[in-house]
Ligand binder design. Structure first.
Ligand code: GRG
Length: 297
């Protein structure tokens, strides 16, 4: 698929991936129906699917089987969807709009939303354990460990804890960076590495990809902060200006819009530099880095 343009590559992958997610999620008619319907509501038909796309693009460097990459990408997207459902609940960010729709606890109820997050998280690990993702069992075990540490208290959930503690506080830029490397960056990095682990990439190349992931993960958050300030709710599909309203430190509040954009530009360049050795095979990763930094939603 290297000869088609980025938009066609994305559309082709996402159309196929939506069907994969539909099949991997429990059917809406299976009991307990309300929980299964709410899981499907939280995952299907929404979101940019940036993490799965990064997994597909990283896997292209290895020639991994697409059916395997689908499972790895789905596991990351399920963790991401769970984090959004829990983040939107009244005990956390208390938001009513996500992916252009009422949030899960608004559409269903709080107890259901809590169980949706729990069930999506466990389903993610079930997929990684149940499907053959690499002929080398040790590498597959590494994938499970990777997603667990990226999601848990030393990764995304830890970053969320720091986020909740930082409301109303004046963080320094390095403190803010540490928070976002965990909260947003860890899962983005994991998506890239899981895609690569579906093939057999050697450690030096994995390290380069990991650096790419670290840069785009942070750039994603810097741009998110700028968009939270500059874009409107309809464009974002979630409530704009939420961070400022909640008195949360952001790159924009600490640095201002212009310096935040400059930081995203530096991270973008650093990310592209780390792909130099991969040549044209890394074309989709470069295009995704461009999308992450230049996106308007
Ligand atoms: C509840 C354990 C737990 C963690 C929550 C991811 C997260 C941590 C909170 C989401 C709140 C937020 C706005 C985070 C900053 C950046 C981010 C992850 C935005 C949402 O990701 P997108 O833009 O969402 O990829 P879509 O809907 O496109 O998939």
């Amino acid at each position: 698929m290297t000869s088609i343009d980025f938009q066609s590559w994305t559309n082709t992958h996402l159309t196929r991936f939506e069907r994969v997610l539909e099949d991997l999620l429990p059917p809406a008619k299976a009991a307990p129906q309300r929980l299964h319907q709410a899981m499907r509501y939280a995952v299907l038909d929404g979101g940019k699917r940036v993490r799965p796309l990064l997994a597909f693009a990283a896997a292209e460097l290895t020639g991994a089987e697409l059916s395997r990459v689908h499972i790895a990408a789905a596991s990351v997207e399920l963790i991401h969807a769970y984090s959004l459902v829990h983040d939107d609940m009244p005990c956390m960010d208390d938001d009513v709009l996500r992916r252009g729709k009422p949030t899960c606890h608004v559409q269903y109820d709080e107890a259901t939303a809590l169980l949706v997050g729990d069930s999506l998280q466990t389903l993610a690990f079930q997929l990684l354990a149940e499907h053959r993702l690499n002929d080398d069992a040790a590498r597959q075990l590494e994938m499970i460990k990777l997603l667990a540490s990226a999601s848990g208290s030393r990764g995304m959930a830890g970053g969320q804890a720091i986020d909740l503690e930082s409301v109303g506080k004046a963080l320094s830029v390095p403190e803010l960076e540490l928070m976002h490397i965990h909260k947003t960056g860890a899962l983005i990095r994991a998506a890239i590495l899981l895609g690569a682990h579906c093939g057999n990439m050697a450690a030096p190349e994995l390290a380069k990809l990991d650096h790419f992931g670290k840069c785009v993960g942070l750039a994603f958050q810097v741009v998110d902060d700028v968009l939270d300030e500059e874009a409107d709710t309809a464009t974002l599909g979630k409530t704009a200006g939420k961070d400022a309203d909640n008195d949360k430190p952001t790159y924009v509040t600490l640095l201002g819009v212009q310096a935040a954009r400059a930081m995203a530009h530096t991270l973008h360049q650093d990310a592209l530099d780390s792909l130099a050795e991969f040549g044209d095979a890394a074309r989709r990763l470069r295009e995704l880095a461009d999308f992450i930094v230049l996106r308007k939603y």
